[in-house]
Every structure is written in structure tokens, then in C-alpha cells.
Design a protein around this ligand. Sequence first.
Ligand code: SF4
Length: 93
Amino acid sequence: MARREPILKTTDPAELAAVEARFSAEAAAFGLRFRCAACCHVTRALSCSLGYPNAALTGPVAARDGRGEPTSCKYFELGETELDDPGAQASAG
Ligand code: SF4
């Protein structure tokens, strides 16, 4: 299997920080719902009821996970309510 090209080709920390800041600002401005707190599969403790690791989809909003991949979950389904995610609110500033 061929290795995928990285989504972001830059490794410049300043550029990566700018991407993260823009993503976070736009997610807030447009009310983007893609994180566990808004998913129907999340538990009250913000863990995933399906058992998926979700560290990148809770807490501070990030465009990329620790491997540099976009923070997304293909099992996300919009829930009827949205839980508080204190870590996300702290990073929205
Ligand atoms: S299915 Fe995905 S988005 Fe939903 S709670 Fe689990 S890890 Fe989070």
C-alpha cells in the first residue's frame, strides 16, 4: 500500500501554529460540529461509547492529531444535545 502524502507539507512550527489558530477560529465562527461533545456516541464523561480513542476530538480544538492527520472521526453522528467540553472552551479564546 502506498504511503499517503501528508496533508500539510510544511514542518515550519510557525506555519503549523498559524494553521491550528485559523482552524480553531473558523470552527468556532462557523459553529462546526465534528468533535465528540456533539456526537451521539459520546458518554457523559466524554469517552467514546464505541471504544474509539478520542484524545484529539476532546479538549483543545486542533486541526491535526499527534500523527499530523486531520482530526476527524468517520463514525461521528450529530447528537441531539451537545455536552460541555471544558478543555475545548479553554482553547477557544
Ligand atoms: S464516534 Fe467518534 S466522534 Fe463519536 S464519540 Fe466516538 S470517537 Fe468521538
